[in-house]
Design a protein around this ligand. Sequence first.
Ligand code: DP6
Length: 368
Amino acid sequence: MTDFFRGKEIPTNKETTIGNVGWRSPSNIALIKYWGKHGRQLPRNPSLSFSLSNAFTETIVNYESRAYSNDKASLEFYFEGKPNEAFKLRIQTFLDSLLEFFPFLRQTDLVIESTNSFPHSTGIASSASSMSALALCLCSIEEKLTGEMTKEQFNIKASYISRLGSGSACRSVFGGYCIWGNTKLNSKYTDEYAQGVDLIHPVFANIHDDVLIVSANEKSVSSTAGHQLMDNNPFANTRYKQANQKLIDLTSSLAEGDIDSFGKIVEEEALTLHALMMCSDPSYILMEPGTLEVISKIRNFRTGTGTPIYFTLDAGPNVHVLYPQTAKQEAQRFIREELLMHCERGRQIQDKIGTGPQKITQFSHVES
Ligand code: DP6
């Protein structure tokens, strides 16, 4: 870790400070998947994602600094307006691991309030949006207590801290497309934090992602456990090599507006992720019969009509249906008429690419 990430002490002349900060931070969907990690939340291969618009977490942190120091963070935590012990425990452990990055945590009482825009029990993972919202709040408090950072420094530290909370969360700090992880594509990218992808063809600028809820049941194997199983997966090294190449190829498709190669790579990635689960030791399957029905219908519809509509999958059974703005009407009609029948209670969450986190001010309106 460089000194840059180490936090500054609160200046001794600073009197007790009371305040609040808030951030709305989105979830993101990976097109090149992060699957396998080592050390302190470092990825085995680079990943590429885009931030969503409608699926987000809003976190508000009320803070009050005090004269004496503790060796752990002091925390009250409310989720959707109610105390939540399970989440509090996870956040307490996370904050206690961050004392070197945010020394102010030793002498500040925090009351954290968090809500998600997407309903419970939809099988949508919230760690990317929630961990990035919290990291952004911590960086804002540090800035208020110890002095301003440039926007770039702020985003880099927020992404770095988000990564420590949940790997994929580091990609939620930026709007649009971003890359996390060392890659031969460009030496500016690093395993430590994510950064935006600059060159995106207009065809991908307003991409949609409708999440079809095939099953809202809790996953039998968590992502964290899944990452661990990569350590003994016989195909792991080939997979990491392949992900590196696919990321380079996908970046070209994104720059050139080549939607056919985009779709081919994205779908291969989704199926590779699940193939890796199926050949782990022990093996496991997170797809459901409905997942395969939806995938097969998407492919047939695309071949039959030429509509550019593709799928990707997270570590779960729900299908993310991707299509450009120009295909919106046909794609949404097809989803309504042919795909929702495979979803739990016909549920979907319609989303699209977003512009990244927004700071909450006055706690009555949001600003970018
Ligand atoms: C399949 O970021 O949830 O969604 O770092 O253990 O919190 P932890 O894992 P997490 O893994 C996400 C895996 C994925 C692919 C991706 O988002 O790149």
